[in-house]
Design a protein around this ligand. Structure first.
Ligand code: CAA
Ligand code: FAD
Length: 382
């Protein structure tokens, strides 16, 4: 068993940490307050290989492994969670599926621009009536005699929807077949028939733009199908397995930022004539925060390592995401409690960590869905 990181992995971690601390963290409060999309910072991430970490260099990426991806995501999320949401969608939800299932032409056209950070990608599975129950989608792609598809329907909660150039879309081609009737498409948002709703105001990750998108007789050509017709749900599930490693990393990053701020605060802040960190009740909180943080990181690295080795990692990714997201929420909660009045104030980033942590328990499968995936895998029962 090897607990060390390679030189390459440490290098990308270092690059991500530097960008996070020098560019992202200083503007995090502004982006949170205004909700302004951090386009300039996203370009910097792209220029430094952080928008396509696992994408081979021939398609514009950094050509690194999933462990490197985890290390970089943790650093960016510790700087600002919203930036890491945008980064995770470009890296895992957009690029991964195309790299695994795309044609050479699709990889050249769609992956390069996103991996280089020149354009933003999105992933559209959820609909107003179907989130966890993703196969209950209604968005319809009707096949035409010439092999093209006419797409009609809505997708909701689409991260980067307001700014994305390209989208991986899931639509029903054969509703009677349920999960086996879903097909994945590559959508160019500059084409006719594509529309966007208003940007959603949110509790946290406010600079990550989210909106509803709509298809009104959008025509997808036969070459816009990703993988085979009817394979879309499996593609979505496989992509989400990898995506959940990214969200687990994001949760670890948020939790680490909250933990480190707290560790500094308990040594400075005094009550009853002594630093609050000397009280055993505070020390117990610090110990529990540290245990949950380390456990989350190790489980996330395990899932990433399995993926890098080409082994099965579906349940391990769910275990990592569930553990890390619930730990992030708990750690951010303790951080607010220990900072007390200052934890509740917008003068410190602690209340932002608390608001940002919550989303990790919801998107890319809620905690209940992660438990379902884990328990199905453990018991073999449904
Ligand atoms: N990999 C490959 N195939 C898989 C799979 C996986 N991990 N999981 C399931 N499948 C296959 C099954 O084998 C099955 O195939 P067959 O028809 O050939 O047997 C098919 O998919 C259907 O599987 P299930 O019957 O298990 O499907 P289900 O309806 O019970 O749903 C679920 C399973 C785990 C609940 C799934 O619907 C799910 O993950 N829901 C959550 C949705 C989600 O995570 N959405 C995230 C949207 S993106 C996002 O949120 C982005 C962001 O925030 C930034
Ligand atoms: P529902 O599915 O309606 O669930 C409601 C409650 O019921 C939850 O507590 C859920 O856990 C529980 N529940 C449901 N089914 C079960 C069950 N079988 N057992 C036990 N409990 C269950 N989607 C995209 O496709 N692309 C994106 O880019 C994207 N970005 C997002 C960004 C944000 C900020 C948000 C908030 C969401 C985003 N989503 C995106 C959607 C996200 O994946 C869904 O919100 C999530 O999967 C949950 O779906 P839902 O909100 O419809 O909740």
């Amino acid at each position: 068993m090897e607990f060390g990181f390679s030189e390459e992995q440490l290098m990308i971690q270092d690059v991500a940490r530097r960008i996070a601390q020098e560019k992202i963290a200083p503007s995090a409060e502004h982006h949170d307050r205004t909700g302004e999309f951090p386009l300039e910072n996203i370009r910097v991430l792209g220029e430094n290989g952080l928008m396509g970490i696992e994408v081979p260099e021939e398609y514009g990426g950094a050509g690194m492994d999933p462990v490197a991806y985890v290390l970089a995501m943790v650093e960016i999320a510790a700087g600002d969670a919203a930036h890491s949401t945008i980064m995770s969608v470009n890296n895992s939800l957009f690029c991964n599926g195309i790299l695994t299932h795309g044609t050479e032409q699709q990889k050249q056209t769609y992956v390069r621009a996103i991996a280089e950070g020149a354009e933003i990608g999105a992933f559209a599975l959820t609909e107003p009536q179907s989130g966890s129950d993703a196969t209950a989608m209604r968005c319809r792609a009707l096949k035409q005699a010439d092999g093209s598809y006419v797409i009609n329907g809505k997708k909701s909660w689409i991260t980067s929807g307001p700014v994305a150039k390209y989208i991986v879309l899931f639509a029903m081609t054969e509703p009677d077949k349920g999960a086996r009737g879903i097909t994945a498409f590559l959508v160019d948002t500059t084409r006719e028939g594509f529309g966007r709703g208003k940007t959603e105001p949110k509790l946290g990750i406010r600079a990550s733009a989210t909106c509803e998108i709509e298809f009104n007789d959008y025509v997808a050509r036969a070459e816009d199908v990703l993988g085979q017709e009817g394979e879309g749900f499996k593609i979505a599930m496989g992509v989400l397995d990898a995506g959940r490693i990214g969200i687990a990393s994001q949760a670890v990053g948020i939790a680490r930022a909250a933990y480190e701020a707290t560790l500094a605060y308990v040594k400075e802040r005094k009550a009853f004539g002594q630093p609050i960190g000397t009280f055993q009740m505070t020390q117990a909180k610090i110990a529990d925060m540290k245990c949950k943080l380390d456990a989350s990181l190790l489980l996330t690295l395990r899932a990433a390592w399995l993926k890098g080795q080409g082994k099965k990692f579906s349940a391990e990714a769910a275990i990592a995401k569930l553990t890390a997201s619930e730990a992030a929420m708990w750690i951010a909660h303790q951080a607010v409690q220990i900072h007390a009045g200052m934890g509740y104030s917008k003068e410190m980033p602690i209340e932002r960590y608390f608001r940002d942590a919550k989303i990790t328990e919801i998107y890319e499968g809620t905690s209940e869905i992660q438990r379902l995936v884990i328990a199905r895998s453990e018991t073999g029962l449904r």
